[in-house]
Design a binder for this molecule. Structure first.
Ligand code: NAD
Length: 294
């Protein structure tokens, strides 16, 4: 049993923390809004009233927060994780943030004799609930091995991809592929419907051939039914595509389709649709095609 502080109990963090309780760990949770902490307590976890209270006794601290500034504030801030963590604690950031911020956190942690890993995840809310996330881990090998039993309670694929920040680079590649694939699936669905083909049947056969992919499997039903409850919010994918485009630029790699996907995601957000699931890219395709329903 590991004593785990879990900070950020949202769409992903909530079920991840519950799975850690289920696996027999002692989980103490903190979230900005108290209702999410109460939900963890209902699942057998414990409640903390502050970051420091959660972290003080912990062996492992997991953060699952929206964006880089949130993680910087919670981990590096005056009342933050590193200020409260005992030497020997391991801090695992599962959020998707800028790789340079992960590197800075690892350096600040090392100065306090605290271990740090960037361990962003893929698989979305269903995989978080099932404990079947794919986890890309950056950091030192010894820390990865310490964290492995904890990570394996929330993920089915846990891979050490390199030093601090590498997990975030792999996650950025993940988000590049996901955005581009959603856009193509959205275009295919609007195209099929415009031709009067039964799109539901079409999706079934497409999923069995070379065009088959997880977006088609998991997101097409929602897209066909125009059901865009998140899931993964457009706001968050917009953030991730900002990370992708600047990280590609840093190394001089051209990502023309990725850049286009980033523009489309930004446009959807600018239309006030940042709170929808990222599969709502379909609405933009309809609009561009003069086929918007509302
Ligand atoms: P979310 O907004 O549902 O959850 C974030 C939680 O953090 C919220 O409950 C919020 O109240 C809490 N929070 C924010 N600031 C805080 C603070 N200072 N102190 C304590 N709690 C604070 O977001 P999510 O969808 O769970 O995503 C979390 C991270 O995981 C993001 O970086 C996202 O990009 C990444 N991610 C999300 C998905 C997905 O499908 N939702 C999949 C993979 C990765």
């Amino acid at each position: 049993m590991t004593r785990i502080a879990f900070i950020g109990l949202g769409i992903m963090g909530g079920p991840m923390a519950a799975n850690l309780v289920e696996a027999g760990h002692d989980v103490i949770g903190f979230n900005r809004s108290r209702a999410k902490v109460d939900a963890l307590v209902d699942r057998g976890g414990r409640a903390a009233a502050s970051v420091q209270e959660a972290v003080r006794e912990a062996d492992v601290v997991i953060t699952m927060l929206p964006d880089s500034p949130d993680v910087e504030r919670v981990v590096l801030g005056e009342d933050g994780v590193l200020a409260a963590a005992r030497p020997g604690t391991l801090v695992v950031d599962a959020s998707t943030i800028r790789p340079d911020v992960s590197v800075r956190i690892a350096e600040a942690a090392r100065a306090k004799d605290v271990g740090a890993l960037d361990a962003p995840v893929s698989g979305g809310e269903p995989a978080a609930i099932e404990g079947a996330l794919s986890i890309m881990v950056g950091g030192e090998s010894a820390d990865v091995e310490t964290a492995r039993p904890v990570l394996e309670a929330v993920g089915s694929t846990v891979v050490h991809v390199g030093p601090a920040g590498s997990g975030q680079i792999v996650k950025a590649a993940n988000q590049l592929i996901v955005a581009g694939t959603i856009q193509l699936v959205a275009e295919a669905i609007v195209f099929l419907e415009a031709h009067g083909v039964d799109a539901e049947q079409a999706v079934k056969v497409l999923a069995g051939g070379l065009a088959g992919n997880r977006i088609l499997d998991r997101k097409s039903a929602g897209m066909l039914g125009r059901e865009f409850t998140p899931g993964f919010r457009v706001d968050l994918h917009h953030k991730d595509l900002g990370i992708v485009t600047s990280a590609a630029r840093e190394v001089g790699v051209a990502i023309p389709l990725g850049a286009l996907a980033a523009q489309l995601m930004g446009a959807l957000r600018a239309q006030g649709r940042g709170g929808l699931d990222h599969s709502a890219l379909l609405l933009l395709v309809e609009q561009l095609s003069g086929r918007a329903r509302s």
